[in-house]
Design a protein around this ligand. Structure first.
Ligand code: NAG
Ligand code: NAG
Length: 258
């Protein structure tokens, strides 16, 4: 079944103390609890809503999937956003390394019908220089402590580590990204932020980005970090160079931004 999508991902990122060798913890281990030592590098409250129009009659939807733990899949009405059916069943297609999950619909949908799949899940960040959604660090020159940040490398087929999705180059849709993160961090993505709100009673803020134009999932990118930037508007288009605060302050980014 092929379809079009609107993705709304709500991701919350926790970054804390250093732990090495997390590697591919979540590979197809749907029933396993997360070991305590990995909880520091979770992305939790993962939620993706995919707006689908069936181009043929079907009773299932197949998505690209990698490693995340699925918590709940609901089927929503496109107009009202209300739940039509909760806790849809799913399975992973063999061979597992093809990375497909198949979600069963409660009944057959006809050609051209539209619905929303609302998938809640959580996962673990990959290690530095990996792919998908990963963490990396630098060492603060004053305190000598590691400072962590999270970022993405989705090209060519790693967006599926952030969220179950149509991670296929021929499928484009607007992507609305929302990121919950520690208020000492900032987040940047393809699009500008339209709203940044503190979440009451927590150390988190919610940053909401403007929807992207229709595009492939692998083009999405975002960063959650304490990075600062140096900007340059010489050609009427703002260009920003991001770096750790010390590098911006000592002028290391000046040349790149000139
Ligand atoms: C979803 O269904 C499974 C069994 O099919 C059950 O174990 C689980 O508790 C259900 N979850 C929710 C949130 O209803
Ligand atoms: C930003 O979010 C707050 C809280 O949800 C809301 O009250 C406000 O209207 C939002 N602002 C915009 C511009 O969306």
């Amino acid at each position: 079944m092929k379809s079009f999508i609107i993705v709304i991902a709500l991701i919350s990122v926790i970054l804390a103390s250093p732990i090495e060798n997390t590697q591919k913890l979540f590979k197809y281990q749907q029933s396993d609890e997360i070991p305590v030592e990995f909880k520091e590098f979770l992305f939790k409250n993962g939620r993706v809503k995919i707006h689908i129009r069936a181009i043929e009659e079907t009773d299932y939807v197949t998505l690209n999937y990698r490693e995340t733990q699925i918590d709940l899949i609901d089927l929503l009405n496109v107009e009202t956003n209300q739940v039509i059916e909760t806790n849809l069943t799913y399975n992973f297609l063999e061979p597992l390394d093809r990375e497909f999950m198949r979600i069963s619909l409660p009944s057959t949908v006809t050609k051209d019908s539209e619905f929303i799949l609302d998938i809640k899940y959580h996962g673990v960040l990959h290690v530095a220089d990996d792919n998908g959604f990963y963490r990396a660090s630098y060492r603060d020159q004053n305190t000598n402590e590691l400072v962590w940040y999270a970022t993405t490398k989705f090209e060519p087929h790693h967006a599926r580590h952030l969220m179950p999705c149509y991670d296929e180059p021929q499928i484009r849709a607007p992507i609305g990204l929302q990121v919950q993160h520690d208020k000492n961090y900032r987040t940047f993505s393809n699009m500008p932020i339209i709203n940044r709100t503190e979440i009451e009673g927590t150390d988190y803020v919610l940053s909401i980005f403007i929807d992207t134009p229709p595009m492939q999932t692998y083009l999405l990118a975002f960063l959650v970090s304490d990075f600062q930037y140096k900007s340059n508007e010489a050609q009427d288009i703002e260009q920003r160079i991001f770096a750790k605060p010390q590098s911006i302050q000592d002028g290391s980014a000046d040349y790149a931004a000139s």
